[in-house]
Design a protein around this ligand. Structure first.
Ligand SMILES: NC(=O)c1ccc[n+]([C@@H]2O[C@H](COP(=O)([O-])OP(=O)(O)OC[C@H]3O[C@@H](n4cnc5c(N)ncnc54)[C@H](OP(=O)(O)O)[C@@H]3O)[C@@H](O)[C@H]2O)c1
Length: 513
């Protein structure tokens, strides 16, 4: 726990920690001004307006709140502080379906028989304290919850010292830059002038040359509750190619002027859809000897494809590998990498118009999912045995259909959403295995996972530099075209990779597919 210096914030911080630890805090009163939340206000205001305190969903609350008692007695108890300190665990609560009982039990005030209120708020300003959850809470959360490793208390005043852990928004400089900023209220992206970020001690500041677009960029709208940075000029863009212009105090291996390539950390919001971006130095790669646009097209899609085939499916030459979404970013790299890895039967799935493109990448068979019966075609290709390895880059029904054509002992990896295993009619006797992969989740998951990310990046960029792998680049656009390009990407019709080039700004250049 990092200790801030401002007195009022210190108090909020300490008291919140006590609350988490289940201690009663006598006379605690939060004096930080301007705190706001969704409906829960300062108790004195509740007195005046006679508002009923909002309640959490009944299933999630082990003890029903006694709002009267709370309003009467909370003047000098910690409940009052709770209504001021917005504990942004609502998102977590929604998704862990009742697994937070332990935490809630702790927040139950036995004396006043009142239950702490939970509210979902976004920080007004980038003042974020991260309070590590008690370990047993963290471990009781389901795996999709690894992203939530802290409770965020937000207040409207910036403390005099910087308590920011390096992954969260850093103080900005007085200088400004052009960036595509995500607006969490409208879920839209817009070109804006925002303060140029400053690298933390383990970071580098990169002058962006090119940045690829990925579906995850617009999907931030789904994750925003889990990412505090979305409240503060959140800049998306994970696949960055550029040159270091500033290094943090603790950075040893990199210097100003080094050209780099990296896959960014979604949680930080200082991405590459801007003139300057910040990234932790641990997962930087030396820029491969290819142009910036081609290099930027690779990380998210190419490294994901590599990890799926090598780390998860462990493909071998005898496999019948089925790749859905073969004409998209991940699919395009997967088809090529499967070839490099020696897989003899590569079945791509896409619509008719993209068949020539997928064949050109090296697929041995391509199925048009719109006019053909995918299941029947796969069974025909495999003489009724079914696929031995499946990479699903589409999700939903497409994934469920592919489960039906998995052969004995087959494996499937999903990169879109959790596999609906109940769709498998023969999971045990079929010996089926299911994997999930989240490339960027490696950030902040420990040095060995970050090292693996960089290692995979090195291998894929080596293939690119050696000319064994094409970058799948199909379109280069300028920064101002990003909002409309992301809108189009949501339709799931993108072929290959779209890259934003800072030098192209604002003109458009189309590559031949
Ligand atoms: N977990 C991770 O780490 C990770 C990493 C990267 C990407 N992803 C996710 O993986 C998905 C794919 O990413 P991407 O970058 O490859 O997306 P993308 O480039 O937008 O993929 C679009 C392609 O999907 C094809 N497609 C759409 N519906 C299809 C269907 N029912 N069957 C077969 N193909 C279909 C389209 O081809 P047609 O027009 O021919 O239909 C289009 O070419 C996204 O949801 C993305 O968020 C996850």
């Amino acid at each position: 726990i990092e200790k801030p210096q401002s007195r009022s914030i210190d108090r909020l911080f300490t008291t919140s920690r006590h609350l988490l630890e289940g201690e009663r805090v006598q006379g605690a009163r939060c004096k930080v001004k301007g705190v706001r939340g969704s409906g829960v206000r300062h108790p004195s205001k509740q007195h005046r307006t006679k508002k009923t305190l909002p309640t959490a969903p009944p299933s999630a609350l082990p003890h029903p709140p006694d709002t009267n008692t709370q309003t009467r007695t909370n003047k000098h108890t910690h409940t009052k502080l709770h209504t001021n300190a917005h504990l942004n665990i609502h998102a977590m609560e929604k998704r862990t379906t009742g697994r937070l009982e332990t935490l809630k039990e702790k927040m139950y005030n036995k004396e006043t028989k009142s239950q702490t209120k939970f509210c979902s708020v976004y920080p007004l300003l980038p003042v974020v304290f991260r309070i590590p959850l008690p370990t047993r809470i963290a471990t009781s959360c389901n795996p999709h919850f690894e992203l939530i490793s802290s409770i965020v208390v937000s207040v409207s005043k910036r403390p005099s010292c910087s308590p920011y852990p390096t992954r969260y928004p850093l103080p900005a400089t007085n200088l400004h830059m052009q960036a595509i900023v995500f607006d969490p209220k409208t879920n839209n992206f817009g070109l804006q002038e925002i303060p140029k970020p400053k690298p933390g001690k383990d970071d580098v500041l990169v002058k962006v040359e090119a940045c690829a677009l990925n579906p995850i960029d617009f999907k931030i709208a789904y994750f925003k509750d889990m990412i505090p940075a979305t409240a503060n000029n959140y800049v998306a863009g994970l696949d960055v190619s550029g040159t270091i212009v500033e290094v943090g105090d603790a950075v040893e291996d990199w210097k100003t002027g080094d050209r780099v390539l990296y896959h960014g950390d979604l949680q930080r919001g200082m991405g590459g859809l801007a003139e300057f971006a910040v990234h932790k130095s641990a997962t930087l790669l030396r820029h491969p000897a290819v142009n910036a646009d081609d290099a930027a097209a690779t990380p998210c899609a190419g490294w994901t494809a590599y990890r799926c085939l090598v780390d998860k499916l462990r493909v071998n030459e005898d496999d019948v590998l089925v790749i859905s979404g073969a004409s998209g970013g991940v699919g395009g790299f997967a088809v090529q990498l499967a070839n490099i890895l020696g897989v003899k039967t590569i079945v791509g799935i896409c619509s008719a118009k993209n068949i020539p493109y997928v064949m050109s990448l090296g697929a041995t068979h391509v199925i048009d999912y719109k006019s053909q019966d995918v299941g029947k075609e796969i069974m025909a290709i495999t003489d009724g045995k079914g696929a031995s390895k499946v990479l699903d880059a589409v999700g939903g029904k497409s994934c469920e259909d592919l489960i039906q054509v998995m052969g004995f002992d087959a494996e499937l990896v999903s990169i879109v959403q959790p596999v609906n295993i109940s769709a498998d009619k023969n999971p045990v006797f079929g010996g089926h295995s299911f994997h999930h992969l989240g490339l960027g989740a490696a950030h902040g998951s420990g040095p060995q996972h970050e090292a693996r990310l960089a290692e995979v990046g090195k291998q894929v960029t080596q293939y690119l530099a050696d000319g064994k792998l094409r970058s799948c680049l199909t379109k280069v656009i300028g920064l101002k075209d990003v909002p409309s390009a992301l809108q189009q990407m949501m339709a799931q019709r993108t072929v290959g990779k779209v890259v934003v080039s800072m030098s192209q700004n604002p003109s458009k250049k189309h590559y031949k597919k």
